[in-house]
Design a protein around this ligand. Structure first.
Ligand SMILES: Cc1cc2nc3c(=O)[nH]c(=O)nc-3n(C[C@H](O)[C@H](O)[C@H](O)COP(=O)(O)OP(=O)(O)OC[C@H]3O[C@@H](n4cnc5c(N)ncnc54)[C@H](O)[C@@H]3O)c2cc1C
Length: 312
């Protein structure tokens, strides 16, 4: 099959969004020729590979509740019914909160909305938290490091038992495998899309087209190895989308933002091992994915590596 022939659809970006989009498009349109393309040497090497890959259904918005609750059920069925191990572990989510945070109207509304939609949660007070997680310091009153981090004292822990963590590269492998079973077009890796092929519609075959006053459409992509034509182009390029959209006059308002992830190995360090294998929250016998009471700091249990990922 020639790489320059027109495809029905080109999906740019083979992260979790691109691979799942390509799969569902192919599943629902079996005769369409869909090309999946990424500049990196393999699928799922962009933001997806850097993700903490925590999955939660604890949202206030009913749309998010529906999306995430059904996603969790889907992930479970991939593991149990289809036998594809995503290492999804229902370790739960634990939000540690100060008294002030807990009493904020937005938190109270969030809890009410989850209750109304039967999203399960349990609230623990400080005394219960101390008993359940003896190795976690929830009393920061005179702790110098906590003060440096602006950590307020923990008064409550809101626990969601149906949340969990998985291996994001395995989820990508699953979608890529299922897409490849259905597709007749081999994905292209290591090929950068350098621009979108914007053409006048209809074409007048005048030099300098497309002009500002003409109707235009995207008829494919320009790549590091030539032009690829397609009836439809789907961008699944995440933080890099604006590089392709801005030159055709469309501001997607997306911008890359720096995040950090630290890997901590717990083996042979007893206090960390005790924390990792905290019992009582889930049948996984480990500490839940835990969010500290300050903006954006969390830690994820990583049972396969006997450690934690700390993200911010
Ligand atoms: C540190 C961190 C922690 C996170 N934690 C969580 C979490 O716990 N839970 C959660 O749900 N989400 C989390 N996320 C967010 C999640 O990882 C992303 O939302 C998700 O991976 C986005 O998937 P994607 O396919 O859109 O993007 P990506 O995986 O980045 O895929 C985009 C792909 O497009 C390709 N591409 C871009 N431009 C071009 C081009 N011009 N030509 C060809 N290819 C191109 C890239 O190479 C890349 O492979 C986290 C993200 C980070 C960074």
């Amino acid at each position: 099959m020639s790489s320059t022939e027109p495809f029905d659809i080109i999906v740019v970006g083979a992260g979790v969004v691109g691979c799942s989009t390509a799969y569902y498009l192919q599943k629902n349109n079996p005769t369409k020729r869909i090309l999946l393309i990424d500049r990196l040497p393999a699928a799922g090497q962009g933001n997806t590979a850097m993700s903490a890959a925590a999955v939660r259904n604890m949202f206030a918005s009913s749309t998010n509740q529906l999306l995430t609750d059904s996603s969790i059920k889907f992930i479970e069925s991939v593991q149990t019914k289809m036998g594809f191990d995503l290492t999804f572990e229902k370790c739960g989510y634990l939000w540690l909160m100060s008294d002030k945070q807990f009493n904020d109207p937005s938190v109270q509304m969030w809890m009410q909305k989850m209750k109304a939609s039967s999203i399960r949660w349990t609230l623990y007070d400080k005394k219960q938290l101390k008993k359940m997680i003896p190795s976690l310091n929830v009393d920061f009153a005179r702790d110098e490091e906590a003060q440096l981090l602006h950590l307020p004292e923990v008064s409550y822990g809101l626990f969601g038992p149906d949340c969990g963590v998985l291996d994001p590269t395995k989820l990508v492998s699953f979608y890529l495998q299922e897409f490849s079973k259905l597709s007749k077009v081999k994905p292209k890796f290591g090929v950068e899309v350098t621009g979108l092929l914007l053409e006048a519609d209809p074409k007048l075959d005048m030099p300098g087209e497309p002009f500002v006053w003409q109707n235009k459409r995207v008829n494919g992509v320009k790549t590091s190895s030539g032009v690829l034509r397609a009836e439809m182009v789907v961008l699944a390029t995440d933080a890099w989308s604006n590089r392709l959209l801005d030159p055709i006059g469309f501001d997607s308002q997306t911008k890359a933002k720096k995040r950090q992830m630290f890997v901590i190995h717990a083996s042979e360090k007893k206090p960390l091992m005790d924390l990792l294998y905290t019992k009582g929250f889930s049948d996984k016998g480990c500490i839940p994915f835990t969010i500290l009471p300050m903006a954006g700091v969390y830690f994820r249990p990583q049972l396969q590596e006997k450690g934690f990922w700390i993200g911010c």
